[in-house]
Design a protein around this ligand. Structure first.
Ligand code: ITT
Length: 196
């Protein structure tokens, strides 16, 4: 079974390839197609944006597609950057610029108030069908210094107390056992089994 990964984020593509392969599915990246429409992420929830990504791509290609909208919620910032995580430091910000801005915003905030979570909403859309929606989250603490080179986005500053490591210090396999994206994938799998 094939599924189009409706994302331009290479970090997500790598994780999805492994996650879907473990289910016996083949993930196809958008790079395999020409002239795929740009998805405007103007929703104010993860769910609205995930559905928009999956519906746009599935409709255009007439293939099943999965959309992922995700981000980081920081308690000391009242849940920001949230749905704006990709563009926190500006429209064309790099991952490093985003996490540097976050460390700056949290300057002087003590450890016990640096709690945060990653959230992921997945929307799976088959042509002509209703979207299946699954969510996942992963709790952690925003560190004061980056560490690790694996993963993407805010992984170098997202500390996992149970692992005593930064998310970016986990291998791809370890991240895929605990991440918000992996948790959402597990729920999606349950929904697919129920809907069969
Ligand atoms: P697509 O819309 O093309 O999928 P995007 O990067 O714009 O790519 P989002 O709008 O969902 O995706 O933004 C999610 C941002 O949240 C992402 O750019 C990272 O900064 C952050 N993020 C999401 N999942 C993450 C993870 O597993 N590790 C670290 N940061 C993550």
């Amino acid at each position: 079974r094939q599924i189009v990964l409706a994302t331009r984020n290479q970090g997500k593509v790598k994780e999805f390839n492994k996650l879907f392969a473990s289910l016996g599915w083949e993930g196809i990246s958008l790079a395999a197609f020409d002239d795929v429409p740009e998805v405007i992420e103007d929703g104010d929830t993860f769910e609205a944006n995930a559905i928009k990504k999956a519906v746009t791509i599935s409709t255009y290609l007439n293939l099943p597609a999965v959309g992922d909208d995700s981000g980081l919620e920081v308690d000391a910032l009242d849940g920001r950057p949230g749905v704006y995580s990709a563009r926190y430091a500006g429209e064309t910000a790099t991952d490093e610029e985003n996490w540097k801005k976050l460390l700056h915003e949290l300057d002087g905030v003590p450890q016990e108030k640096r709690t945060a979570r990653f959230r992921c909403t997945l929307a799976l859309v088959e042509p002509g069908g209703q979207p299946l929606i699954a969510t996942g989250s992963c709790e952690g603490i925003i560190a004061t210094q980056p560490a690790g080179t694996n993963g993407f986005g805010y992984d170098p500053v997202f500390y996992l107390p149970e692992k005593q490591k930064m998310m970016a210090e986990l291998s791809a396999e370890e991240k895929n056992q605990i991440s918000h994206r992996a948790m959402a994938m597990q729920e999606l799998l349950r929904l697919l089994q129920e809907n069969r």
